[in-house]
Design a protein around this ligand. Structure first.
Ligand SMILES: [Zn+2]
Length: 172
């Protein structure tokens, strides 16, 4: 999806230029080197940028050695996927303002970069703040930085995004 196609799509979703300008999240380009990142928690195939996948494979193995079975909930998501997700929520009756509290404006999600991972471990609900109480979360807090994965949206972050203890992004 190129820039003008995206702009047209954003208008269609009721996302105005002012809303895009007010968005504190940077624009994220889709990577050219997407590769298979294995099967996620739900049995779906996931993809990551090659650099992030290499780091993820190493981090996953290291966590496993320490007794933590960490699963992917979501990795790469295309800009088009993000548009469709928002369309669906609009069709279900949510307003665009409500939706944008938990979903980034298409083009501005770290998941477009192929470097972001939503992770899960334990018996709790995926993508829930309770993940911060899981031993795997403590492991990630201690160790993810060694693999260049960082928590993007800590509590009270400057991006206006809810606290997401499950969302980790590779930064080299
Ligand atoms: Zn995420």
């Amino acid at each position: 999806m190129n820039r003008s196609e995206l702009d047209a799509k954003l208008q269609e979703l009721g996302i105005t230029n002012e809303m895009v300008k007010a968005c504190k999240l940077p624009f994220q380009k889709e990577p050219e080197d997407l590769i298979d990142a294995g099967i996620d928690y739900y049995g779906r195939k996931q993809k990551l940028a090659a650099c992030a996948n290499k780091a993820w494979v190493e981090m996953h193995a290291s966590a496993k050695t320490d007794g933590h079975d960490i699963k992917i909930i979501s990795a790469f998501r295309s800009i088009e996927y993000q548009c469709n997700l928002i369309s669906k929520k609009l069709a279900q009756g949510q307003t665009i303002h409500e939706i944008l509290r938990t979903n980034a404006i298409p083009g501005h999600s770290e998941h477009h970069s192929g470097r972001a991972l939503d992770l899960h471990s334990g018996n709790g609900t995926p993508l829930d703040e309770s993940f911060e109480k899981e031993p795997a979360f403590f492991w990630l807090t201690e160790n993810a930085g060694k693999f260049k994965f960082y928590l993007s949206y800590p509590e009270k972050n400057d991006y206006g995004i809810i606290y997401e203890p499950w969302h980790w992004c590779y930064r080299d």
